[in-house]
Design a protein around this ligand. Structure first.
Ligand SMILES: [Zn+2]
Length: 257
């Protein structure tokens, strides 16, 4: 499992399940090697081990973790990543604590017992910056997809780690706050999306300002979908989409009533 270096010092792994991404941001050298921030490590246990192997080979030591939101595929960890603090927004940390058993259940009966206690074991970050000796990484919190959803903005590299938003393989999945909350979340992300050279969605492929599939294009696509949904129209992209996406589209229509 080799990651893609999407910007200098920023790597993205993609899981075999649901195109789930993991982002690594390199920081300053420490006594144990070069520091690294590990975002949403996912998914299967052997993939987490391969990630730990890569970090070791590359001389990167995890000094901080980040979980974008309290869904089970975004709050995983492996002992080999070490005991660095794993941060999340206060709302995500609260939910992860409250729903810890549910999160583990969501991973299925085969999830290894030794990894189960690590699921959702995150702490609330006070403030909007990752406290580490590395490039400035800001938290962009909003309520689309999940309350307390925290995207990360890696300022110097111009990388937006978006969490479960702005995907090329998913449609918007509103939760908690419905379509209005989702649109407000897109508004909150927009200034960063406009500035981003690279956008990393939680599921799917990286969008690149220098390519055909751009960060702002993703935002327009999601807004367009929600506009059509609110206008009662079907999205033509869904015609050939997998069943689960068509089902999600049906569920999204429930927010209209
Ligand atoms: Zn999610």
């Amino acid at each position: 499992m080799e990651p893609l270096e999407v910007a200098r010092g920023v790597w993205v792994f993609t899981s075999r399940i649901m195109h789930t991404t993991t982002t690594v941001v390199a920081g300053e050298p420490t006594s144990g090697g070069r520091a690294a921030l590990l975002v949403d490590p996912a998914w299967e246990p052997d993939e987490l081990v391969a990630m730990a192997d890569w970090l070791e080979r590359t001389g990167l030591t995890v000094v901080a973790g980040w979980a974008t939101h309290a869904h089970y595929d975004h709050v995983l960890w492996h002992p080999r990543f070490g005991a660095a603090p794993r941060y999340a927004t206060p709302e995500t940390a609260r939910r992860a604590r409250e729903q810890q058993r549910l999160l583990v259940t969501g991973l299925g009966p085969d999830w290894p017992a030794d990894l189960a206690p690590l699921v959702g074991d995150v702490v609330a970050l006070a403030g909007d910056r990752i406290p580490w000796d590395g490039p400035v990484v800001r938290v962009v919190e909003h309520r689309a997809h999940a309350r307390g959803h925290g995207a990360l903005w890696v300022e110097d590299a111009g990388v937006l780690v978006a969490g479960d938003m702005l995907s090329d393989v998913e449609i918007p999945i509103p939760d908690d706050e419905g379509l209005a909350g989702y649109l407000a979340g897109l508004d909150a992300l927009e200034p960063f999306v406009r500035e981003a050279a690279i956008l990393v969605p939680g599921h799917g492929s990286v969008a690149d300002r220098a390519a055909a599939d751009t960060p702002i294009g993703r935002l327009e696509q999601d807004r367009g979908y929600l506009d059509r949904l609110r206008g009662g129209a079907r999205d033509s992209r869904l015609r050939d989409a997998p069943d689960w996406l068509r089902d999600q589209d049906e569920r999204n229509r429930d927010w209209l009533t």
